[in-house]
Design a protein. Sequence first.
Length: 340
Amino acid sequence: MKVSVLYGPRDVRFEERDDPKIIKPTDAIIKISATCVCGSDLWPYRGLNPITQPTPMGHEYCGVVEEVGSDVRSVKPGQFVIGSFFVSDNTCPHCQAGYQTSCQNRELIPGAQAPYLRVPLADGTLVPTPELPSKDMLPSLLTLSDVMGTGWFAADAANVKPGKTVVVVGDGAVGLLGVLSAKQMGAHRIIAMSRNPARQKLAKEFGATDIVTERSDEGVARIKEMTNGIGADSVLECVGTQESMMQAFRITRPGGHMGFVGVPHGVVLNGQDLFFAFAHIHLHGGPAPVRRYLPDLIKLVWNGKIDPGKVFDLTLPLDQVAEGYRAMDERRAIKTLLRP
Ligand SMILES: [Zn+2]
């Protein structure tokens, strides 16, 4: 089979690799129906995470079970399944607490930008849909593997509740789905920070009540002005840069909650600031435990309550994966869906 492999900065190739095989009795092999490029794939793509050897790419996936190992009980060949970007046993203490991305036996999904994928710990990782989905539903189901679950976790970690004022920092796919999540959770006011007209439009479709285009000091001043000088109850940080993290801290009210899901790169926090300038802020973040949310989010998509697949504004055949990365790198596309 041919798969996506990153060789170095901005060097994605589509090349031959062996088909995956069952290695452990807890593995499953799935035939990928749809996969995509993640915002976090852009960090190594841009050379911000070093690439020491050619690396198969992709960790977002959904598809049909082809084969299962002898110990797999909860999924069977022919079922359509979705799984998280980290596999988990779903039984250890961290999984039981709902933090499957901290599973004691976690492994990162290797190389999902491919026609077939081996998923370790299949019983703990994969969740089947009620039936085989229609083709229209594929993009939305695919988002549940990472980006939608991550937006949902950002909102959950930021304690979004009915009546609250929410600010979303970041207008990438995760930020936009953070807006959608906040809307589902009943937020009263959802302020999306974005300068990009296409992204502002989608944020509004997903439930944003206000758009703020200012950043840094001006952005902070604008949010303060909109909240009577108080700051927001819930802030979703969906970027991971020093600027976006500081933005998020500075607009969260004392006693408010900040959910951070952008993978931090070069972020430095000052202890005195944490204690004084950002006093009393509840912080909660990390790799989203999307496995916890999968059953509920599958129901919401299946029943037509949410349509997170709208974040895909570019669909390409898998063999054009390099263009999929370029389009996202140059911000010509919000998110690229790839069809094997
Ligand atoms: Zn576990």
